[in-house]
Design a protein around this ligand. Structure first.
Ligand SMILES: [Zn+2]
Ligand SMILES: [Zn+2]
Ligand SMILES: [Zn+2]
Length: 379
């Protein structure tokens, strides 16, 4: 291992530290998540991904055709990495997977508990009701999913060693009941905060309770919402961006390269026009190692998805010396560019901590006011 978890020098908590020098651009570590799932609206809008690992189920050409709204014929089809011959479906509920390996893993980890029974086909299954209720309180741009909680609980129910699975889940929970309530409230937003009990009730009817009683009390449920709000890591996969990456590795003449570059520019313009910012299969996942990384507004690493599925690769974006703490940013790029005051307000609201990173310390003299433009953006 390149890294170890240990106590930080500055704060009371733990952090992730480099055990040797890591060069900018190299992979620090890779890990599969405990659980992951696609965002509810992303799935509803026909972004087709493996139900287990989020790998695209469309070919790059199908992807481009859907996102532009018209038929697109891609040159160099050999650069498409989607292998549709491997796609399999659950014979009971029809859920699709990129491979038999994913179907088997899903079934053994959580799907046996969550597979919708055929006898219930004529009624709306409680899990679908829960998903619908979630969609009504959590519109795009999506940041989380109640289905991550569902899978996390089903994973405990199915675990060969339930105590160990509970222990593993509790590693992500280290806050007070009041903090959990505040975080759960913030995850749903002011408008929907009173929907927590509705979601809680639907969850109670949607899954068995054996062995997970402690998570199903009102406080336990708020703790789970806080858990996914603070530890959930966004995942994005895309057939078309894989095709673009592969096609940039082709050995082409200068003329061919120019034609291809023009084609790609034009394709992105058209996708942007038809589909806006939402080009990827998107979801959220829970990672054991990555979630031990603390935040910095000037991070030295970033999570990437080099395998085009939910396997996370943490990549160094600066040279990291032995003994350095590894930081990621909990804020998106747009928020990172905003003032110290805005960043700290967001981190306090959504993660309950006061950022003391080098960038925040450097800007400590900045006035604590949010510009009007920034106020508008945070509405
Ligand atoms: Zn898969
Ligand atoms: Zn099924
Ligand atoms: Zn900071």
């Amino acid at each position: 291992m390149n890294v170890e978890i240990r106590n930080t020098d500055t704060s009371k908590g733990k952090g992730l530290f480099a055990k040797k020098k890591i060069n900018c651009g190299s992979v620090i570590f890779e890990e599969d998540p405990l659980v992951s799932c696609q965002f509810s609206w992303n799935a509803a809008y026909q972004y087709r991904a493996c139900d287990h690992c989020l790998r695209p189920l469309e070919t790059a050409q199908e992807n481009a055709t859907r996102l532009t709204g018209h038929f697109v014929e891609l040159p160099y089809p050999e650069c498409c990495t989607t292998d549709k011959s491997k796609i399999v479906s659950c014979i009971v509920c029809g859920e699709q997977y990129c491979s038999l390996e994913c179907q088997t893993a899903a079934f053994n980890q959580y799907h046996r508990t969550l597979c919708l029974q055929t006898t219930e086909r004529h009624n709306v299954h409680p899990l679908e009701q829960l998903n619908e209720a979630w969609k009504q309180v959590h519109y795009p741009p999506e940041t989380s999913s109640i289905m991550l909680i569902v899978r996390l609980l089903a994973r405990i129910i199915q675990a060969p060693n339930q105590d160990a699975a509970i222990e593993q889940t509790l590693q992500f929970c280290h806050r007070t009941v009041n903090e959990d309530a505040e975080l759960a409230h913030n995850l749903l937003g002011e408008k929907f905060a009173n929907q927590i009990s509705l979601l809680h009730n639907l969850l109670m009817t949607a899954i068995p309770h054996d062995g997970i009683e402690q998570f199903l009390t009102p406080a336990g449920f708020q703790g789970l919402l806080a858990l996914i709000g603070t530890n959930g890591q966004g995942v994005g996969t895309s057939a078309i961006s894989q095709w673009v990456t592969k096609s940039s590795d082709l050995s082409l003449s200068a003329d061919e390269r120019e034609v291809l570059d023009k084609f790609i520019d034009n394709l992105y313009d058209e996708m942007d026009e038809h589909s806006g910012n939402f080009l990827n299969n998107e979801g959220v996942a829970l990672y054991s190692l990555q979630s031990s990384c603390n935040h910095s507004c000037t991070p030295n690493s970033e999570p990437t998805y080099l395998h085009n599925n939910h396997r996370l690769s943490l990549v160094a974006i600066k040279d990291i010396e032995e003994g350095d703490e590894i930081f990621i940013s909990y804020l998106d790029e747009c928020m990172l560019d905003r003032s110290r005051h805005s960043r700290r307000k967001d981190l306090m609201k959504n993660y309950i901590f006061a950022c003391k990173c080098p960038k925040c310390e450097e800007q400590v003299e900045e006035p604590d006011i949010t510009s009007e433009e920034e106020e508008d953006m945070s509405e």
